[in-house]
Design a protein around this ligand. Structure first.
Ligand code: HPA
Length: 289
């Protein structure tokens, strides 16, 4: 992995300029849709759809379930920019490339980022199809050196040593919980762990993750959240539990990407309802810190 690719503000501005030429919307909320969750973007009104291939330096997703286009328009009364699919470092791109779109969204004026992902349930009480509000994360990759902020720091974007407590904004979490409760949708809460993939975890790794306090694990999100927080964006994250991680070395079943996509289809209506409710109530929270 090339972990030291350096983009500059000029690169973010160049990509943002291309996007501005293709839309009259001024998105303030960014959303990233994970595996199997791409249909969430179908409800956007007045949508301008820009393939990542048309935007300089955007990653080209290679994974089924990741469409690879930016959808900009209106959702629940908000101007949104939705990433229909993301790039992952396991596809052979750098962490800086995988998180490039987050930098560009901020350049466009986005102040709040909502990240979603498909994740394996590590908490023994979780079931496939559950939704989990991310309260905090363990960046196993990031704390061992796989951090998108490695390299020169541009102080105009954010500090060299950004804080990561309250990365998942408390006011947004409270809002999501209230919206879900009002809708009668069960929204679990927990700690997300970001791993490198593309291998699913061994049973011993699953038991290790449970031991260190992980509730759900996946192969994305953490780098994006680090980059967003570096720039002071307000962040909310929801994991869709697509499968229950296998902790028994003698189990005959295996984790696979098809079950991830199938569970995604089941979760989309509930996730969409929660996101719509959060977006509708966002103005009441005021602007980002
Ligand atoms: N492990 C890691 N990443 C995942 C999983 C899993 O079980 N399911 C969906 N993404």
């Amino acid at each position: 992995m090339n972990n030291h690719e350096s983009f500059t503000r000029a690169d973010y501005a160049e990509a943002a300029a291309v996007i501005r030429q293709r839309t009259a919307h001024h998105p303030r909320i960014g959303l990233i849709l994970g595996s199997g969750l791409n249909p969430l973007a179908d409800e956007v009104a007045g949508a301008d759809r820009i393939p990542y291939t048309d935007i300089p330096n955007f990653p080209r997703p290679t994974v089924p379930g990741h469409t690879g286009q930016l959808v900009i328009g209106q959702l629940a009364g908000q101007d949104v920019a939705i990433m229909q699919g993301r790039g992952h470092p396991y596809e052979g791109i750098s962490l800086q490339s995988a998180t490039f779109p987050v930098r560009v969204m901020a350049e466009l004026g986005v102040h709040t980022l909502i990240v979603t992902n498909a994740a394996g349930g590590i908490n023994a009480n979780f079931r496939a199809g559950d939704l989990m509000l991310i309260v905090d994360h363990i960046g196993l990759m990031a704390i061992t050196g796989g951090n998108p902020l490695w390299g020169p720091n541009d102080e105009t974007l954010g500090p060299r040593f950004p804080a990561m407590n309250n990365a998942y904004d408390l006011a947004l979490r409270r809002l999501a919980l209230k919206v879900a409760a009002d809708l009668g949708i069960v929204l679990r809460q927990g700690v997300y762990c970001g791993l490198g993939g593309p291998t699913f975890e061994t049973p011993a790794e699953v038991r290790f993750l449970r031991l260190i306090g992980v509730d759900a694990t996946g192969m994305s999100t953490v780098p994006e959240v680090i980059v967003a927080r570096h720039m002071g964006l307000r962040v909310m994250g929801i994991s869709g539990i697509s499968n229950v991680a296998i902790d028994d070395p003698d189990a005959v079943e295996t984790a696979n990407h098809e079950e991830v996509l199938t569970a995604g289809r089941v979760m989309v209506p509930n996730l969409m309802a929660v996101l719509r409710g959060v977006l509708a109530d966002l103005p009441a929270l005021g602007s980002a810190s």
